[in-house]
Design a protein around this ligand. Structure first.
Ligand SMILES: Cc1cc2nc3c(=O)[nH]c(=O)nc-3n(C[C@H](O)[C@H](O)[C@H](O)COP(=O)(O)O)c2cc1C
Length: 191
């Protein structure tokens, strides 16, 4: 039996350092995982620790080895977390200017169950482009984990450290597995 595979995309914000929590949670639930990082996110993560936990090197460029071919990361589900203001706006617009953004664009286009967990302060979240981006992603059936119902709100500027400690890694995983299960069920119904 093949195990479900979770593609995790990390952006350049503080909680990226704790992505190992998501990997561990997913592994305990028998999912395989791989991490793709935006180029800026590489400064925030421990690539060796991630490689040990996932069994795969962190990807941030098109090539997995010097001279290697362009490859695409297939996945049963996608979590983009932490998702920065910058990357959320780009994803909503369809911008694919690095390997992580291209992976995200393609997986959303393939209708992979996708959860985005923003880590933005209230000032950035108040911007109209950000609010449009969130609405547009939701229209594409991307689950943006943000708002009172999710118990996850933009934080006041300067409070990022305390918010990082309560970043909803487990809730994001539960959400995406629920979505993936729902999609399995509807494809079985159709067959
Ligand atoms: C120490 C540090 C912390 C940052 N924290 C955040 C953050 O919490 N949220 C955010 O949207 N951007 C944050 N930024 C800014 C992003 O890193 C910046 O917008 C970057 O261009 C995002 O790149 P990416 O979206 O490609 O990962 C932070 C930058 C630094 C240097």
């Amino acid at each position: 039996m093949t195990r479900d595979h979770l593609q995790i995309v990390v952006c350049a914000a503080g909680p990226a350092a704790d992505v190992t929590q998501l990997i561990t949670t997913a592994t305990q639930q028998s999912w395989t995982t791989a991490v793709t990082a935006t180029p800026n996110a590489l400064d925030f993560i421990d690539v060796e620790a991630i490689k040990r936990l996932t069994g795969h090197p962190v990807r941030s460029t098109y090539r997995s080895s010097p001279g290697g071919r362009r490859t695409f990361s297939a996945a049963d589900a996608l979590i983009i977390a932490p998702a920065t203001y910058n990357s959320i706006n780009k994803i909503a617009l369809g911008i694919a200017d690095n390997y992580a953004m291209t992976t995200v664009a393609e997986l959303i286009g393939r209708q992979a169950p996708t959860v985005v967990v923003p880590f933005v302060n209230a000032a950035l979240a108040a911007r109209v482009p950000f609010q449009r981006a969130v609405a547009n992603l939701r229209n594409e059936r991307v689950r943006v984990f943000l708002g009172t119902d999710d118990g996850w709100e933009p934080h006041p500027s300067g409070s990022g450290n305390s918010r990082q400690r309560v970043f909803p890694w487990t809730a994001a995983f539960e959400e995406v597995t629920w979505m993936a299960g729902d999609m399995h069920a509807s494809s079985t119904d159709r067959s």
